[in-house]
Design a protein around this ligand. Structure first.
Ligand SMILES: Cc1ncc(COP(=O)(O)O)c(C=O)c1O
Length: 388
């Protein structure tokens, strides 16, 4: 049996090779410090686990969910946006329940674009955006995220042809992989661009809860009129360490939300009702666990950056997300440097070029091990004597 052309066209999972290399190193009995992944290391807060346990025992949870998710979860998502961002949402028309935001990001080109249409993507960016591009057989062009522009796209560099052709534009702040955050002014500029050129804006706010130095990341929907032109995708994976639970939601423009829901009517019968209940509890309960989590990541960030500076590695501290984006020393490509760190220091990192052409020259480190382990990783790197 032959795979469909659609499947044959899917992008090769760049980081599968990294996983293979790390697995091999573990099998050889090496004590690898794995900083290459993006999987939160902390457990889900107990009140959420308990809510799932209770709901799982309730026979009402054993039935099909309403196709478009439970009213309870959609209401909780709307209440969450009101509390966190002072944004008003109609829970039925402006919220779509998702099996994690990855699915929404992959569904959107299928739901809103026709073959050959063009989508603007950030580069470097979350690799799975490209899965949606390939499955829907659309084209994409990239917006470079450069250090000199604080890792924000420079809209002045988009050509008139790109502005005319683009149907959707994806953004992600706090940013994976660069750790940059965006200002409200930048989102205002984005909304303006979308309106002027009829481009749907899709903001992936996966790391929305994780801003450092007392700065709370901004939601795109906080901008006046953002809902006229765009949506935002929020995941519970990072805020509540629920990556394995697969739950998130899209909010904003009613037409875009309807498109997601319509596609999903044909694909799923929404999530296990008990997961939806626990997600609603997560969003609406008291939020001290989130504050503690941000403190934990900030402590790790500070430890990592201080250690890098101590060995003479000139790095910049990320403003948000749980990633640090560190420049590769001269004489190496991202991949060569990542391979060297794994082979000679037993430290696994993600090579920047895996996130796009403009990721070359960087590696990404996840703040997903404790401070002592991060410091140990830098001590191991110091022994390679690459920095003076
Ligand atoms: C930028 C970004 N967007 C979206 C996701 C997907 O998150 P989930 O599918 O768990 O909601 C991730 C996960 O790593 C991510 O880094």
């Amino acid at each position: 049996m032959e795979f469909s052309n659609r499947l044959k066209e899917l992008p090769v999972q760049f980081f599968a090779t990294l996983v293979e290399k790390v697995t091999k190193a573990y099998a050889e009995g090496r004590d690898v410090i794995n900083l290459g992944q993006g999987n939160p290391d902390q457990p889900t807060p107990p009140n959420i686990v308990q809510a799932l346990q209770e709901a799982a025992a309730d026979p009402n949870s054993h039935k099909y969910s309403p196709f478009r998710g439970t009213a309870e979860l959609k209401r909780a998502a709307a209440d969450f946006y009101k509390r966190e961002y002072n944004v008003d949402l109609d829970p039925e028309a402006e919220v779509a329940v998702l099996f994690g935001t990855k699915i929404g990001l992959v569904e959107l080109p299928l739901a809103l674009m026709n073959e050959g249409d063009m989508l603007l993507l950030p580069d470097p960016g979350y690799p799975d955006y490209l899965s949606g591009v390939k499955l829907a057989n659309v084209r994409h062009e990239v917006m470079p995220l450069l250090r000199e522009n604080a890792f924000l796209p420079d809209y002045d560099k988009l050509t008139p042809k790109q502005l005319e052709e683009a149907k959707l534009l994806y953004l992600n702040y706090p940013n994976n992989p660069t750790g940059a955050i965006a200002s409200k002014e930048f989102f205002e500029e984005t909304a303006q661009l979308g309106k002027e050129h009829g481009i749907g804006i899709v903001h992936d706010i996966a790391y929305g809860a994780i801003g450092f130095d007392g700065k709370k990341p901004v939601s795109f929907l906080e901008v006046e009129g953002a809902k006229d032109i765009g949506i935002e995708l929020y995941t519970l994976s990072k805020t509540y360490n629920m990556a394995g639970w697969r739950v998130g939601f899209a909010v904003g423009n009613a037409k875009m939300i309807e498109a997601i829901n319509l596609l999903q009517d044909h694909l799923f019968v929404s999530l296990f009702p008990a997961v939806q209940h626990a997600a609603a509890v997560a969003l609406t309960a008291e939020q001290s666990s989130v504050e503690e989590l941000v403190e934990l990541y900030e402590g790790r960030r500070n430890a990592l950056i201080a250690a890098c500076k101590r060995i003479g590695w000139e790095v910049e501290a990320p403003s948000g997300s749980f990633f640090a984006w560190l420049p590769v020393p001269s004489g190496y490509t991202s991949e060569q440097f990542a391979d060297l760190l794994l082979e000679k220091a037993d430290v696994a990192v993600a090579a920047g070029n895996g996130f796009g052409t403009y990721g070359e020259g960087y590696i990404r480190i996840g703040l997903l091990v404790d401070e002592a382990r991060l410091e140990e990783a830098v001590e191991r790197i110091e022994k390679l004597k690459l920095f003076s």
